[in-house]
Design a protein around this ligand. Structure first.
Ligand code: SF4
Length: 364
C-alpha cells in the first residue's frame, strides 16, 4: 500500500521500477491493457511507457466512451442536428467527433446554424430545456457506469417536473460485457488488466473479480497518478511472475469492493441493460443502458425514432483495431499524416481520452 506522501517520492518510484524489472526476468514479455481513457492519457502524459522494461507492453483497450460510439450513430446524430426544432446538448468531446465524413461534426453544424450546445453535465442540458421552451432539447448521454448515475438523476428530475421538451439519447455502455467480448475474441492477446478506477468507484472493485475467477487473468483496480499506475503495474507483474492471478484494488482511497450503492440505485431505477453496438467490438448483448418503460417519454431513441443504419467507417481509419488493442495509433497510416487533433479522422484522435490523441500529444 502506498500512502499519499510516498506518491511523489523518487526513491519509492525507483524501488518499484527495480522490482518490476526483477519480476520481468520471470514473466518474460507481457502485455497489460488499460481499459479507461483517463488511464490512457495518464500513462502517456507521465511517460511511464518510456521507463518500464521493454518486456512490458502497455495497450489501450475500449475505455474511451466517445471512441466506442460507432460512426453510424454519429452520422444519425448529425442528421438530427439539422432539424431546426431540436437542440443537441453534449459533452465537449463529442462535438468534434466526425461520423463517416471527416468534414462533418456537431461544431461545424453549429457554425452553419444548428442548435448545438456544449454542457458539463446532464443537469445543464435540462436547464437548456427551460431556457428554450420552443425547442426539443436532446442530451447525448455518452459514457460508462461513471456518467450513468448523473444521467439517471437528471431523467428522474425531468420526470418529476414533467419536462416535455427534454430527452436523453442513451449511448451509455456497461464495461463487463465488453471485456468478456474482448477476452473471448480470436485475436485476444493480453496478460493482465489495469481496471478503471472511476468505473470501479461506482460498480465496486468486485465487479472485476470475474477476470481472475473465470479467465485466470490478473486484474488491478488502479488510480490515476503516476505512482498509482506504477504500483498497479508492479502488482500485475508480480501476479504474473508467481502465476497467481487475482483481483487487487490499489485505489482503496476511493474504491470499495461493493462500490457506491446510491449511484447503483440511481442506475437501476432508471435504466435496464440492452444490446449495444461498440465501435471495434460489434453488437454485444446487455452491454448498453436503455431507459426503463416508465421513463420512455424522455428516451430520445423512441421520441425521434433514432435508428442508425449503415455501419461504415472512414476507410483507412484504424480506430476499431486501436480500441481492441490489436493496433497502436502508430500502426495507422493516417496518424500524423492525414489525421491530427486539428483534423481528426476518427474519434480516437478527438477525445481527451483517445489513444491516438494521447500518442499524438505525448508519445511521438
Ligand atoms: Fe483513426 Fe486517426 Fe487514430 Fe488513424 S490516427 S486510427 S485515422 S483516429
Amino acid at each position: 500500500m502506498l500512502y499519499e506522501k510516498e506518491f511523489k517520492s523518487p526513491q519509492k518510484t525507483q524501488q518499484i521500477l527495480a522490482r518490476v524489472e526483477e519480476l520481468t526476468e520471470k514473466t518474460g514479455s507481457i502485455r497489460l491493457m488499460e481499459i479507461c481513457g483517463t488511464h490512457t492519457m495518464s500513462i502517456a502524459r507521465t511517460g511511464i511507457k518510456s521507463i518500464l522494461p521493454s518486456s512490458i507492453r502497455l495497450l489501450s483497450g475500449p475505455g474511451c466512451p466517445v471512441c466506442v460510439t460507432p460512426a453510424n450513430v454519429i452520422d444519425s446524430i448529425l442528421s438530427l442536428a439539422e432539424d431546426p426544432h431540436i437542440l443537441i446538448a453534449s459533452y465537449g468531446d463529442l462535438l468534434r467527433v466526425p461520423g463517416t465524413d471527416p468534414e462533418e461534426n456537431l461544431l461545424l453544424k453549429k457554425a452553419k446554424g444548428a442548435h448545438v450546445e456544449m454542457v458539463y453535465s446532464p443537469m445543464d442540458a435540462l436547464e437548456l430545456s427551460y431556457a428554450y421552451p420552443q425547442l426539443d432539447v436532446l442530451f447525448l448521454g455518452v459514457g460508462f457506469e461513471t456518467t450513468a448515475p448523473g444521467t439517471a438523476a437528471c431523467i428522474l428530475k425531468a420526470a418529476e417536473e414533467q419536462v416535455k421538451n427534454f430527452s436523453v439519447l442513451s449511448l451509455l455502455k456497461k464495461t463487463e460485457p465488453a471485456l468478456r467480448s474482448l477476452i473471448t475474441a480470436e485475436d485476444f492477446a493480453v496478460d493482465g488488466f489495469l481496471c478503471p478506477g472511476h468505473v470501479a468507484a461506482v460498480t465496486g472493485s468486485d465487479a472485476f473479480a470475474f477476470l481472475p475467477r473465470e479467465f485466470h487473468l490478473p486484474a488491478v483496480v488502479s488510480g490515476f497518478d503516476a505512482a498509482d499506475l506504477l504500483y498497479s503495474i508492479l502488482e500485475l507483474t508480480h501476479m504474473l511472475a508467481v502465476h497467481r492471478p487475482a483481483l487487487v484494488n490499489t485505489y482503496t482511497r476511493l474504491v470499495r469492493p461493493e462500490g457506491n450503492p446510491l449511484a447503483q440505485e440511481y442506475i437501476n431505477a432508471v435504466f435496464q441493460t440492452c444490446e449495444s453496438t461498440w465501435r471495434g467490438l460489434g453488437t454485444i448483448v446487455d452491454s448498453g443502458y436503455t431507459l426503463r418503460d416508465q421513463y420512455r417519454q424522455w428516451d430520445a431513441w423512441e421520441k425521434f425514432h433514432f435508428r442508425p443504419s449503415s455501419n461504415a467507417e472512414h476507410p483507412g481509419c484504424r480506430c476499431a483495431q486501436v480500441i481492441r488493442g490489436v493496433a497502436s495509433p502508430l500502426d495507422c497510416p493516417l496518424f500524423k499524416t492525414v489525421c491530427s487533433p486539428a483534423h481528426p479522422i476518427g474519434p480516437c484522435m478527438v477525445s481527451s481520452e483517445g489513444a491516438c490523441a494521447a500518442a499524438y500529444q505525448y508519445e511521438v
